[in-house]
Design a protein around this ligand. Sequence first.
Ligand code: IDP
Ligand code: MG
Length: 155
Amino acid sequence: MTSICLLNGNSFKLWRNFMDLTLSIIKPDAVKRSLIGSINSLIEKNNMKIVGQKMLKLSIEDAQNFYSVHKDRAFFDDLCNYMTSGPIVVQVLQGKSVVTKYRELMGSTNPENAEENTIRKLYGVSVEENSVHGSDSKENAKIEIDFFFSKREIF
Ligand code: IDP
Ligand code: MG
């Protein structure tokens, strides 16, 4: 009986509550080089589930809002120009401790310092064009997911 209960809808929703969500962005440099499939494959091989995904192009205002935490940094204008230079893929990832887990798979901000087999080591071009974004905390993950997704777009 227990195993049947574990499979019913309510129990599935309860189980989902133990799984975290994070926001991932496949940045313009990676989309331009046709790396969406390769990056998604790494995400899935590492037991993170893509539960929301769409391609879009940010306006300059979108980029400035999304990266407002960096507005006083010297690289802010360049970063916003780069993030609006082409389409991006925004994704919601689900998994146990997925915020930390995806940050680990991404690697360090500067690809030169990133660990072997991380996305940024494999595909990053420079400290700016580093192929992917991932939320840095559970709190920011919620804010960033809400920035891009409505509830009906997350499965
Ligand atoms: P993160 O993406 O690893 O969390 P952040 O410090 O939050 O790194 O920076 C946001 C983004 O800004 C980086 O992913 C990168 O694209 C860009 N960036 C960060 N530091 C620099 C820099 O020193 N020069 C140019 N771009 C930078
Ligand atoms: Mg960051």
